[in-house]
Every structure is written in structure tokens, then in C-alpha cells.
Design a protein around this ligand. Structure first.
Ligand code: DAT
Ligand code: MG
Length: 175
């Protein structure tokens, strides 16, 4: 009689939670907007590619036109600043792609991938430096802290639009 086939050893034996195989990590979420200039310039794929290959997990994504009301809520902290009217005009001027990215220190990782607010000050290799020139055409938005992310994400997504899933590559990206 053939010996019973032994199951292969588990590659990640401490993996106990189906949705979050790497239980020790503190998962953050951040809101990303691929702004109207980036959509118009055909850079949607390029920008998604940079976040995706960095390793952040895309848990929500859609294309939309931001209404003036939503723009005013999203950019409420900038109300009264000289650039505010132009900022609202710009962000509502054409469709955008909005995403929620997830991962350990996702907020900081996304901000560093984007580069400094003003493209002239952004480090080479960042999205804003590689594709941008002017602060009012800086291609991409990312939440600037945990409280901001918690405020911004529900402006754009219902809870049931944000997916909980695991990628087969997660254990190779998240320790
Ligand atoms: P960030 O988008 O890096 O979080 P922010 O929150 O300070 O930057 O400003 C929001 C947007 O407003 C920014 O992406 C571009 C625009 N903006 C900021 N400062 C500006 C300025 N001094 N002149 C013109 N536009 C500005
Ligand atoms: Mg900001």
C-alpha cells in the first residue's frame, strides 16, 4: 500500500488570518487621486503602476468627475488661501481616478512616491518630479496623515466599495 502523502510544509506557518497573513503589520489606508491633468495626459496607467509595483495593495478604485461640493469638502482646509479658487476649478475640471491604497505606512510611502507638493522641489524619480512642472498641475493627491486619510476616504468611497482581500504576493512584500 502506498504511504500516505504528507502535506507540504506550510511556507508561512504563522499565517493565521485569511485576510491579513502578516498579522504584526499595522495596516494604513490612504486616499489617492489621479488628478485631471494626469488623466488628460494619459498618465493613469503610469501612476497606478508606480504605486502598484511599490507593493501597496489597491483596495478601491474608480473613475469619476469631482463635483464642486465634493471638492470644497475635500479641500476645506485650504479655503481662504489665494490658490483655493484655482484649486477647486482644477480638480473639478475633468475626470479623475480615485483609489484607496493599503499597506504598512501606506500614507508615508504614497507621499514619498508622489514627491513634494511643488514639482520643482520634488525629488527626481517621484511622480511629481518626473511628470510635473507647476504646483497647480501636480498630477496626484495623497492623504497627508492618518486623520486626513480617515476624513478623505469616506468622502469618495462607501465602506462596501473598499475590498478586503489577500494577494498571493503579500507574504513576499509584507513581513
Ligand atoms: P499636497 O497636495 O502635497 O498635500 P497641499 O495639501 O498643501 O499639498 O495643497 C493641496 C493642493 O493645493 C496642492 O496639491 C496644489 C495646491 N497648492 C498648494 N500650495 C499651493 C500654492 N502655494 N500655490 C498654488 N497651488 C498650491
Ligand atoms: Mg494635502
Amino acid at each position: 500500500m502506498a504511504a500516505a502523502v504528507k502535506p507540504p510544509p506550510q511556507m508561512f506557518p504563522d499565517r493565521t488570518d485569511r485576510h491579513f497573513p502578516c498579522r504584526r503589520i499595522v495596516v494604513e489606508r490612504t486616499l489617492i487621486i489621479i488628478k485631471p491633468d494626469a488623466v488628460q495626459r494619459g498618465l493613469i496607467g503610469e501612476i497606478i503602476r508606480r504605486f502598484e509595483r511599490r507593493g501597496l495593495r489597491i483596495v478601491a478604485m474608480k473613475m469619476m468627475r469631482i463635483s464642486p461640493e465634493l471638492a470644497e469638502r475635500h479641500y476645506a482646509v485650504h479655503k481662504g488661501k489665494p490658490f483655493y479658487p484655482g484649486l477647486i476649478r482644477y480638480i473639478t475640471s475633468a475626470p479623475v481616478v480615485v483609489m484607496v491604497l493599503e499597506g504598512p505606512r501606506a500614507i508615508e510611502i504614497a507621499r514619498r512616491t508622489m514627491g513634494a507638493t511643488h514639482p520643482a522641489e520634488a525629488a527626481p524619480g517621484t511622480i511629481r518630479a518626473d511628470f510635473g512642472v507647476e504646483v497647480g498641475r501636480n498630477l496626484v493627491h495623497g492623504s497627508d496623515g492618518p486623520e486626513t486619510a480617515a476624513f478623505e476616504i469616506p468622502l469618495f468611497f462607501n465602506e462596501d466599495e473598499i475590498l478586503s482581500y489577500e494577494r498571493v504576493t503579500d507574504p513576499w512584500i509584507f513581513e
